[in-house]
Design a protein. Structure first.
Lengths: 221, 245
């Protein structure tokens, strides 16, 4: 029987921590994918239904969060807010920071899809007696979501990968555990290859689910 | 009392006056066709009647109430006016059946079963029942327009507005739609129809309102307008329809 290499041995020793890290990564990905999705719909709703002034603010919001790095928002909240006496947990900062960021991206995808809709259908709903919020609910949103599925599911993949930056604000995610093993045994190459493979496997699962969803909702032509 | 009475309707867009004081009445059971050259304001006129376009001034009395005035729930008014668009405007994510039932369930507050029964009945009326599970993308132009007519009719409106219902159809599909509208005419459905199509105008109209440059030049029956009209503008417009005699 060949002796275990130090890396495998360390991996086995750290396994419970790695598993916890993986759980935390999946937890954060799950939470921000849901909150970012709902937030995206909320911002999209305001973009379509609200008045001119509110629309301008939603556009500014989207531009700000798409135009600035996520890490800046996370650092601002985690390291900056304590100066003002506000101290938040790494998970809470991650959820808030990612949600604001992902909502902006999702709202942009939905708005782009909305711009491609047949505007006559929206006028027809108005002519039938639907209010704009009702038209949003029954005509605009179902179609915008359908057209945005590839972008929205890609965003979930992006979320999964991006959670790895949360370790920079002390969130114990999968990557932070890998980082810890690597800094213990100095086998950085193996550690990061392993991290890459695990992320690839997780992303592959999301891609498979996304493609199944796309097949399910495609309209017959 | 007229079902719809339009008094001195004016519509301006960016300083350009499209409608210059239109006066028209529509009574219950009556069908009026609005004709005129492209850009004369006939579609704008129809859109003003349910406030899809806000009139600049004038009165639109619907069942005696000025719907262009303040304090009117235009949503309720629109539920009582069926509107059929030139390019069908069916909800593309819904089947034909769901296109018809959406308004019944959400606006008329029918149960799913009641809405489905009503939709089936109306779809049978125009020969669209067998296509009820298809999506708009799976229909021909004529079928789409018939589905759009059913969607409007299913709400049991007091009046049906048709905005160039055959303009984007080839002659064969156009005949399909004309025959459905003609059937409605024979059933005494009250209609306001904007069209360029003299065939449609002749077969469904009690009278034709001829609009040119934002004013009503004349309102008359098809035969009087189509053939040897004393007004040179009207005569010129209807020059090609002599074969309809």
């Amino acid at each position: 029987m060949t002796p275990m290499t130090p890396f495998i041995r360390d991996l086995a020793a750290y396994w419970p921590q790695i598993l916890t890290g993986l759980e935390n990564t999946l937890l954060l990905t799950g939470i921000i994918s849901v909150t970012g999705f709902l937030g995206g719909i909320a911002v999209f709703y305001l973009t379509v239904v609200s008045g001119k002034r509110c629309r301008k603010w939603t556009e500014r919001y989207i531009s700000f969060f798409i135009g600035t790095p996520l890490l800046v928002h996370l650092f601002l909240m985690y390291y900056g807010l304590p100066e003002l006496g506000v101290r938040l947990s790494p998970l809470l900062v991650s959820v808030i920071g990612f949600t604001l960021n992902v909502s902006a991206y999702n709202a942009r995808y939905l708005t782009t899809a909305y711009n491609g809709l047949d505007q006559m259908e929206i006028e027809a709903a108005g002519a039938q007696g639907f209010t704009l919020p009702e038209t949003f609910r029954f005509v605009i949103l179902p179609q915008a979501l359908r057209f945005s599925v590839p972008s929205l599911t890609n965003q979930v993949i992006q979320n999964l990968k991006d959670t790895s930056v949360a370790f920079l604000i002390q969130y114990n995610d999968f990557f932070s555990q890998i980082q810890e093993i690597a800094s213990t045994n100095f086998e950085f190459f193996k550690a990061y290859v392993l991290a890459g493979l695990v992320y690839l496997a997780l992303v592959s699962l999301v891609v498979a689910a996304a493609r199944a969803l796309e097949r399910r909702i495609v309209l017959p032509t | 009392m007229a079902l719809i009475e339009v008094k001195n309707l004016v519509k301006r867009f960016d300083g350009h006056t499209v409608l210059k004081g239109i006066n028209v009445e529509l009574h219950e059971g009556q069908v009026k066709v609005v004709m005129g050259p492209s850009g004369c304001g006939k579609s704008t006129f129809l859109r003003c009647l349910n406030l899809l376009v806000q009139p600049t001034s004038g009165q639109i009395l619907f069942k005696g109430e000025d719907i262009a005035g303040p304090g009117v729930d235009i949503r309720k008014v629109r539920q009582d006016i069926g509107f059929v668009f030139q390019h069908f405007a069916l909800y593309s994510h819904l089947t034909v059946q769901d296109n018809v039932t959406l308004g019944l369930r959400k606006l008329r507050k029918m149960t799913a079963r009641q809405a489905s029964d009503k939709a089936s009945h109306e779809l049978e009326r125009v020969g669209m029942f067998e296509y009820r599970h298809r999506y708009p993308a799976q229909l021909s132009g004529g079928q789409k327009q018939r589905a759009a007519i059913v969607r409007a009719l299913a709400m049991d409106p007091s009046v049906l507005f048709l905005d160039e219902p055959t303009s984007s159809l080839d002659p064969e599909m156009s005949r399909e739609v004309v025959s459905v509208i003609n059937k409605l005419y024979l059933e005494n459905v009250t209609m306001f129809c904007v069209t360029h199509d003299p065939h449609l105008a002749k077969y469904i109209s009690d009278s034709i309102v001829f609009i040119d440059e934002g004013v009503v030049l004349e309102e008359n029956i098809a035969e009087r307008l189509f053939y040897d009209h004393p007004n040179p503008r009207i005569r010129e417009f209807f020059l090609g329809v002599i074969d309809l005699k």
